[in-house]
Design a protein around this ligand. Structure first.
Ligand code: EPZ
Length: 417
């Protein structure tokens, strides 16, 4: 299994290109199941999770091919299967995103229950309840979701939690339903709004996405479309935090709208200068040590849970004390034990941690446990004294495209062994 070897102590200074967003690419690839005509996606990131989703679409009978332009073209003329098997779903929970499109278009879907993962139980009860309220018959047995419908009908759905993939699944199922569906307490993440834009380009009639109330008026069929994937706001935030932690300067180039939201404010609170231009963002720390930043994660537009581990690492070496609260997932502090092995002073207090910044972390062998936790270990290794070995880096390959090349371009000493 690949490992990273990182030598710490250098201020980053350079520029990286931000890839397309994993969490925009996955639902859009799933949306291609809704049409027999091709959905042509550009700026698709080369990530393990994207490869997994492409494999799943092909298992279902979709045609997925790369065009000379670099676009990925996906369409499903006639399904080969309507089932997403466990051995694939267990490697990527986002496979649940095929449930809505398959049920909406073909009236049937059999999707393995995605297991829990390092950050929590990750139930899909809200997805299932929403589809039942649209008239689907959904049975869960033997770790499988079996959904049937003679034609979904529009419904008023009040989500108990603003679930991101739950909102996306309902939008895709409702796109071809009979009548209007209203989703209350919908997730407001930029990727949800972008998926609605993609579905509308395919002929759907969706309004209000990006807000808490989304209305979908069902249509008879969807056609092909062409879309560019949003830049990855979590990848971008991760590199900016690396610049802040090392006292360096990091510039980002990207195509499309980069929605950093609360992350930009948190970086400024840490003492960084952050400026934005067209397709450009830059953080300059000018050699300063970051200041501690208190934060609590929340659904968009709050501070993103996917940036919590990175800011826990920043607070580990910041000047002062910080309280970091994880309000979205029940156990998203797997990185804390590893950071403490490197000398971080972090006190777990249930759903939050109290972090007392130390001047210097020490290199140590550490283990990645989940995608964002593994990124926080790379960040810590960049400032630790000595050579850190990070095990199980396959977690990072799920969501960070060419991560060691990009960090090397910023001046980091990192190599995959
Ligand atoms: C999406 O996961 C993202 N994944 C996650 O990114 C992200 O952390 C998360 O949203 C929160 O922003 C993709 O978009 C592919 P949720 P999702 O449903 O949709 C509870 C990464 O690192 N819940 O919004 O699975 C759930 O347990 C990944 O890129 C239910 O209780 O997250 C959690 O506590 C990690 N029942 C909360 O809602 C349900 O049916 C938010 O989960 C669904 C969710």
């Amino acid at each position: 299994m690949d490992k990273f070897v990182v030598s710490g102590g250098r201020a980053l200074d350079g520029e990286v290109a931000i890839s397309g967003a994993k969490n925009a690419a996955l639902p859009m690839l799933a949306a291609s199941l809704l049409s027999a005509e091709p959905l042509r996606l550009s700026n698709l990131p080369e990530l393990r999770d994207v490869q997994t989703m492409r494999r799943l679409l092909e298992m279902l009978g979709a045609e997925v091919r790369a065009e000379a332009s670099g676009r990925i073209c996906a369409s499903l003329a006639a399904p080969k299967s309507l089932s997403a098997p466990y051995d694939l779903v267990r490697t990527m929970r986002a496979s649940i995103l095929v449930l809505g499109p398959l049920l909406g278009r073909f009236g049937r879907a059999d999707v393995s229950l995605p297991g829990g993962c390092a950050i929590g139980a990750r139930p899909v009860d809200i997805h299932v309840d929403a589809l039942r309220s649209m008239g689907a018959e959904v049975k869960i047995r033997g770790g499988h979701i079996s959904a049937r419908s003679k034609g979904l009908r529009g419904a008023r759905i009040d989500l108990p939690l603003p679930t991101v993939t739950g909102t996306e699944n309902v939008m895709m199922a409702a796109a071809l339903a009979d009548g209007d569906t209203v989703i209350e307490n919908a997730a407001r993440e930029p990727e949800v709004r972008d998926l609605a834009g993609c579905l509308n380009a395919m002929g759907a009639r969706i309004s209000g996405a990006g807000g808490s109330k989304i209305t979908i008026s069902g249509v008879r069929r969807l056609h092909g479309a062409e879309r560019e994937i949003l830049p990855d706001r979590i990848e971008a935030g991760t590199y900016l935090v690396a610049g802040a932690m090392t006292g360096g300067r990091v510039a980002l180039r990207f195509s499309g709208e980069l929605a950093l939201g609360e992350v930009a404010a948190a970086l400024r609170k840490a003492g960084a200068k952050v400026r934005f231009g067209e397709g450009f963002a830059e953080l300059d720390m000018a050699g300063r040590r970051p200041r501690s930043v208190n934060l609590a994660t929340a659904p968009w537009p709050g501070f993103p849970t996917d940036m919590q581990a990175q800011f826990t690492a920043l607070n580990a070496i910041a000047s002062g004390h910080a309280l970091v609260r994880e309000s979205v997932f029940e156990q998203r502090f797997m990185h804390v034990a590893e950071l403490k092995r490197m000398g971080a002073d972090i006190e777990p207090l249930g759903r939050e941690v109290l972090i007392r910044g130390v001047r210097q972390l020490q290199a140590a062998p550490v283990m990645a446990t989940d995608l964002r936790a593994s990124a926080s270990l790379v960040l810590a290794a960049l400032v630790a004294e000595g050579e850190t070995v990070i095990h199980r880096v396959y977690h990072m390959d799920r969501g960070y495209e060419r991560i060691e090349q990009k960090f090397s371009a910023l001046g980091a000493e990192i190599r995959r062994v």
